[in-house]
Design a protein around this ligand. Structure first.
Ligand code: FPP
Length: 274
């Protein structure tokens, strides 16, 4: 076994951690003692239930979800997380009612417009991952603009997964790789795991160290299937719009308690072998 049993905030070994008395500052001080994940990936779930429990339309939950996303991007940038990947729209999400999909696309466009100045100010490189070619043209234009204007930034990479599916991503990678093989740009003995990883949408980035899923669902849902091979998984019942800075700090502190052995007996000294 490579992973310890997954724990939730509030049910962790340190039962005293998630109390109203544990301020953001005390959590941050505690976090500073350990190593941060280089790459955090998040399945943001529970917007609909958050809204419905308040008698609001689902779109109100998505709006509140965007506010949480902004907070989490900001905190990751402040802490020095190198890569943050957020699952905003899966390839299955098209099956939602047409008006919800339309409103989600509108929110996404607004998000890109509003956040471009923040990304520039904080030197965050933005990338959309997934089969983005079928998104509405106005959304695609904003994706291109934000990707282009932030392309040189190095402080943090923010990947937004849009019309994303992990299996489709692997198929696309294999297809591109076969094209290179057939064209003679690559030979079969060169085909290794790191080589295939280069063809994924996350090529060149570290794999996620920590994957968080909110709302009490215990699934990966076709998210970063290849890249998740050694990720620590953190599940919380908190609905995404209620996931704020404290909740992320609790997840990061929980991550720091895990012993990552990657199938070995002892923890490797460095991470470069990964
Ligand atoms: C999950 O809740 C939410 C989505 C699939 C929609 C997209 C996410 C956001 C709007 C948040 C942040 C977005 C950006 C662009 C940064 P759900 O609707 O599946 O909730 P439910 O499971 O309770 O129905």
């Amino acid at each position: 076994m490579e992973r310890k049993v997954v724990m939730e905030a509030g049910q962790s070994a340190d039962a005293g951690l998630d109390t109203p008395a544990s301020s953001e500052e005390s959590l941050r001080a505690r976090l500073a003692r350990g190593e941060l994940p280089r790459h955090v990936a998040i399945i943001m779930d529970g917007n609909g239930r958050w809204a419905e429990s308040r008698g609001l339309p689902r779109i109100a939950g998505h709006r509140a979800g965007i506010a949480s996303a902004k907070e989490i991007v900001e905190l990751c940038r402040e802490l020095g997380v190198q890569v943050l990947t957020m699952f905003a729209f899966s390839s299955e999400n098209w099956q939602r009612p047409t008006h919800e999909v339309r409103e989600l696309m509108h929110l996404l466009e607004q998000y890109l417009k509003q956040e471009l100045p923040t990304m520039i100010r904080h030197e965050i490189r933005f990338r959309a991952i997934g089969r983005t070619g079928i998104l509405p043209a106005s959304v695609r234009r904003w994706i291109t603009r934000v990707e282009t204007e932030t392309a040189e930034y190095k402080q943090m990479t923010l990947n937004l997964a849009l019309n994303y599916g992990g299996r489709a991503e692997i198929v696309d990678a294999v297809s591109a790789l076969c094209t290179d093989l057939l064209a003679g740009r690559l030979s079969l003995p060169q085909l290794t795991e790191p080589m295939l990883a280069q063809y994924l949408s996350t090529g060149g980035l570290p794999d996620p160290d920590l994957i968080i899923r909110t709302s009490g669902e215990y699934r990966i849902s076709n998210f970063l299937l290849w890249q998740a091979a050694y990720a620590e998984l953190y599940f919380t019942k908190t609905l995404w719009p209620d996931f704020h800075r404290r909740e992320l700090l609790l997840a990061l502190i929980d991550y720091q308690r895990r012993e990552r052995r990657f199938g070995r007996v002892q923890k490797p000294a460095g991470r470069s072998w990964l």
